[in-house]
Design a protein around this ligand. Structure first.
Ligand SMILES: [Zn+2]
Ligand SMILES: [Zn+2]
Length: 420
């Protein structure tokens, strides 16, 4: 029998972590949840682990690994870019904790030991962790280094999708469709209830919006995820020859340098390299330069939970000519979601009414409903475990799965699923 326990990302987006017991005990992801006042952690791991696998660097999949590492010493498997991007994000969360005067649940020493125990695996290289159990990573097409995880054991074979995107995006070629069959598919469900609008149309709508804001004399504030999205948006803006300076601020700069170090994983490294080099990278303490004349400011954090965007917002939130372009999924409870739904943001312990225009663009690096079904058809599992989605969304997704002839469950937090 194989057992799977949802330690997080159960009917919610955030703190992904799943304990798979297939003889060997394998932890799939160890993320945190941002958005509420306190960082949300997955449920504790109460057993000795044989392996930990991290699907990709986003903090909702990797952010709690250093904390776990302060107590555990299992081997960790992830791709090299995932390790290097995670290190950037982990170090940044330590910096934020220090600046906010809170004690981080891990130290720099824990970061170093996490690295010492990490095997960086290339895609499609099966590695045995025991006589009967192996782990293999497949490109997930979501961000640099993102992986779908396949665990093969004597009992059952399991695919964990992590966050994935089957179709091509501007930066990546899409997930590896040669992942093969498995008995159980643990699948993200972020957009389980809908399909995305065509990418080219979306890009045009975004660029037109930016141009319109600039022509009115406003600033285009583009909060974007540091890893992936901010680089992609700059590439779009440069390609469309928007005639205003593009400023690039925040942790996305580090992620951009890391991204260009892995050209073999990018769809079009030349055009991305050119675009990123032509943006104006803001130096520390020099933010005022971006506010001299109407400009585009691409910066973190993508859900307005901290980062340089808060500095720009403080300067500009009363300016009716300026506009905020939300460019990714906004988790419930985050400033980004509050801004979308109520036009308010919590800034420096104060709730402010934002007078800028706000528009959301569905630049998703996640699978649409049709792509989720396509992966299910590739893997042909006996059971699909729906995770990483809001409760309402998962309900819609499960209905579609049923119509397509698949068995599915959506575990609650802490629930254990057994499969004979
Ligand atoms: Zn992700
Ligand atoms: Zn995620």
């Amino acid at each position: 029998m194989v057992k799977l326990t949802a330690l997080g990302a159960a009917r919610e987006v955030g703190r992904s972590s799943f304990l798979l017991d297939a003889g060997e005990k394998i932890l799939l992801d160890r993320g945190i949840k941002l958005g509420s006042d306190e960082i949300g952690y997955p449920l504790p791991v109460k057993t000795n682990l044989d392996a930990i696998v991290i699907s990709h660097a986003h903090l909702d999949h990797s952010g709690a690994l250093p904390e776990l590492f302060s107590k555990s010493d299992s081997f960790v498997y992830m791709t090299l870019p995932t390790l290097e991007l995670s290190q950037i994000l982990w170090a940044d969360s330590l910096k934020i904790a220090k600046a906010e005067g809170v004690t981080a649940p891990f130290s720099l020493a824990d970061l170093a030991s996490a690295e010492r125990f990490t095997f960086s695996l290339p895609y499609r290289k099966k590695i045995s962790i025991s006589e009967s159990t192996s782990i293999e990573l497949f490109d997930a097409g979501h961000i640099l280094g993102s992986a779908m995880v396949k665990v093969e054991s004597q009992k059952k074979d399991v695919v964990y999708s992590g966050d994935f995107k089957l179709g091509e995006t501007r930066m990546f070629k899409g997930a590896d469709k040669k992942i093969g069959k498995a008995d159980i598919l643990i699948i993200e469900s972020t957009y389980g209830d809908r399909n995305h609008s065509p990418r080219k149309e979306l890009e045009k709508e975004f660029v037109d919006g930016v141009k319109e804001t600039l022509s009115k004399g406003g600033f285009a504030m583009v909060p974007a995820f540091a890893v992936g999205r901010s680089q992609e948006l700059i590439d779009i803006l440069v390609e469309h020859k928007v005639s205003a300076p593009i400023f690039f601020d925040g942790m996305g700069q580090k992620a951009a340098r890391k991204t260009l170090e892995f050209p073999e994983l990018l769809k079009n490294p030349k055009s991305l390299g050119k675009a990123l080099h032509s943006a104006n990278w803001i130096k520390k303490g020099k933010r005022n330069i971006a506010l001299k004349e109407p400009s585009i400011i691409v910066t973190s954090a993508g859900m307005l939970e901290g980062g340089p965007i808060m500095w720009y917002l403080k300067k500009l939130y009363k300016d009716k000519k300026s506009k905020i372009f939300l460019t990714g999924f906004q988790v419930e409870g985050t400033n980004g979601r509050k801004l979308m739904e109520e036009g308010i943001v919590d800034l420096d312990d104060e709730r402010i009414k934002v007078e800028n225009q706000v528009q959301q663009f569905d630049f998703s690096a996640h699978a649409s409903q049709d792509e989720l079904i396509e992966l299910a058809k590739i893997v042909e599992p006996e059971l699909i475990v729906c995770v990483h989605g809001d409760e309402k969304v998962i309900k819609v997704f499960q209905k579609r799965l049923k119509n397509e002839g698949f068995n599915s469950v959506a575990p609650k937090l802490g629930e254990e699923i057994k499969l004979d």
